[in-house]
Design a protein around this ligand. Structure first.
Ligand SMILES: Nc1ncnc2c1ncn2[C@@H]1O[C@H](COP(=O)(O)OP(=O)(O)OP(=O)(O)O)[C@@H](O)[C@H]1O
Ligand SMILES: [Mg+2]
Length: 313
């Protein structure tokens, strides 16, 4: 769906983006992850031609985007700006209606669509006549997401959509976001510098540093098969948590069976991650899940699984 080839973009003498290439498949969620200033926003904005590259090419559905009018191109690409990017002198309703108005939607269609999105994004109808400054950070970010979804574009570019939020709100919104049906089928390129966010939301992660791609792959590939010391060090701090999150219980069934031989392990809740299972075991021990897994067995099985993966390399 999106193909980026050898992008270079300089600002004066400094190179913001240095020979970046990646592809995003239809329906995929690719995360651009990296420290501040590594060129994430610049890369994202080249995809909708808000910034033009010095060299390199970008294809959308096989078509070179340079051959399309920027305005026309952007109608098919929703964009959620870093720090929500709502216009302060427009009401929420007016902010949301900008692109539909450009497309000459009639008033009732705009109202219907925005009501639908408000409901899905847990935004109260009464907010629509307010100005962005009167909204909380979380509400502003939801409105930013609603605005980008109004005309239902197949491609979505999201620049730190949860960036301005505290951790608790951020976790809650992230969960909703994962479950939002409007986003499931979309092809998304999302920027973040938050490792946990990248792992929870990304089908694949493009890890960047100083304008270059360090590795592209699934969360598991980056964790368990880092391409360089840089990649492995990047995840060091949160490694255990991330590893547990990237492994499903069903991935470690053989190991769980082995360590639970006597009790007769029965794998029921197989689609949850090892991390969620651990969370259940630590915080929710009132519930008997009937699978005879305890913390010790879980960690033992996980360790064996990890050794197995590293032995395969
Ligand atoms: N308009 C501009 N003029 C000059 N330099 C710029 C401009 N935009 C970006 N840069 C520089 O290019 C580099 C990459 O910037 P970019 O905004 O892409 O980083 P980022 O990865 O999005 O960072 P952050 O996580 O802080 O948002 C930085 O060194 C930045 O200072
Ligand atoms: Mg940025």
């Amino acid at each position: 769906m999106i193909k980026v080839e050898h992008l270079v973009r300089k600002f004066g003498t400094s190179v913001a983006v240095n020979n970046i290439s990646f592809e995003v498949k239809e329906g995929e969620n690719l995360i651009l992850l990296g420290t501040s200033g590594c060129g994430k926003t610049t890369t994202l904005r080249m995809i909708n031609r808000l910034i033009e590259p010095d060299s390199g090419r970008i294809f959308l559905n096989g078509n070179d985007i340079r051959e399309q009018q920027p305005e026309v191109l952007r109608r098919g690409i929703g964009y959620v700006l870093q720090n929500h990017g709502l216009f302060p002198h427009y009401t929420v309703a007016e902010n949301i209606a900008i692109v539909p108005n450009l497309l000459k939607w009639d008033k009732s269609a705009i109202k219907k669509r925005s009501a639908e999105l408000f409901e899905k994004l847990n935004l109260d109808e009464s907010l629509s006549e307010k100005y962005p400054a009167a909204l909380s950070g979380g509400q502003q970010q939801r409105v930013g997401v609603a605005r980008s979804l109004m005309v239902n574009p197949p491609v979505l570019l999201m620049d730190e959509p949860f960036g301005a939020l505290d951790n608790i709100t951020r976790n809650a919104i992230r969960r909703e976001f994962r479950e939002l049906d409007e986003l499931v089928k979309k092809t998304i390129v999302m920027v973040t510098h938050d490792v946990q966010e990248a792992f929870e939301l990304g089908d694949r992660i493009c890890l960047m540093d100083k304008g270059e791609v360090k590795q592209i792959g699934t969360p598991k590939e980056l964790l368990f098969s880092p391409a360089s010391v840089f990649v492995s060090e990047f995840f060091q701090e949160q490694r255990l948590q991330m590893e547990l999150k990237s492994v499903l219980l069903e991935d470690i069934f053989p190991e769980l069976k082995r360590v639970s031989a006597e009790d007769g392990f029965s794998g029921r809740s197989s689609k949850i991650t090892a991390w969620d299972k651990m969370d259940q075991l630590l915080n929710d021990n009132s519930v008997d899940h009937g699978d005879h897994i305890d913390l010790e067995k879980l960690m033992a099985a996980f360790s064996v699984h990890k050794d197995k993966i590293s032995a395969q390399k």
